[in-house]
Design a binder for this molecule. Structure first.
Ligand code: ADE
Length: 225
């Protein structure tokens, strides 16, 4: 998978993609992430990327030309499966959307700021608008990092069997069961006996019951889906 991220804050991506599973995916050649500074595509000497909105609203709007020029360049080099804009008014990200997008080859993710981006970008370039939740964060960068992480870990070969994404919360509309490690007793707090029993069938049954119990208690809506 190739992901091209368009941003005015490229430095925000130095951390999230340099560790753990996303780093593994990059090192194995299973995911390539390219960060593009929208400012590099600005027309003016001062590299402006925003301007006052028409209509007199307070707040700046991200201009069309720098984003369009960057998009045009990328699109002339390869076909993209989706051009995604991260925005609180997009479709809500969930595991099923991540599963679907993880099968794609080339994605662009556009990060917005200020009051938003010139609507013509959304009309003429964007194919999918995604929100990571019903709250507003300061820009699309953290949302793009969340989306990219959730896709990359699903690419076949990124996780080994032990880490399998199939047992993640949400993958079967259930939250995960509790997990424990050594010591079997700490401060008098004991690991459930069944997990020490060596009875594989009983352990799976317990895990499944706990997953359902936890889902009922915390996210009953998931069970209706
Ligand atoms: N930009 C600001 N808030 C956002 C959100 N909740 N999801 C995606 N992009 C955003």
């Amino acid at each position: 998978m190739r992901i091209d991220i368009l941003t005015i804050f490229p430095e925000m991506f130095t951390g999230p993609f340099d560790h753990s599973i996303v780093k593994r995916a990059k090192d194995k050649g299973l995911a390539d992430i390219y960060i593009h500074n929208i400012r590099d595509y600005a027309l003016s000497k001062h590299r402006n990327v925003d301007d006052y909105g028409f209509g007199g609203d307070a707040g700046m709007v991200m201009m069309i030309q720098p984003i369009a020029r960057c998009m045009e360049k990328l699109k002339s080099e390869r076909e993209y499966d989706e051009i995604i804009f991260l925005t609180p008014d997009g479709v809500l990200l969930d595991q099923s959307l991540s599963n679907k997008l993880s099968l794609k080859g080339n994605l662009i993710m556009l990060c917005g700021h200020y009051k938003g981006i010139d609507e013509r970008i959304r009309e003429h370039f964007i194919t999918l608008e995604v929100s990571i939740g019903d709250y507003v964060i300061s820009g699309g960068e953290l949302a793009a990092a969340v989306l990219a992480d959730s896709l990359i870990r699903l690419i076949p070969g990124v996780l080994n069997d032990e880490m399998s994404a199939l047992s993640d919360s949400f993958q079967d509309q259930l939250l995960s069961h509790p997990v424990y490690t050594r010591p079997a007793e700490y401060n008098g707090w004991k690991v459930p006996d069944v997990l020490l029993s060596g009875n594989d069938k009983e352990i799976r049954k317990w895990q499944s019951e706990k997953a359902i119990e936890r889902t009922k208690a915390r996210r009953p809506g998931l069970l209706d889906q």
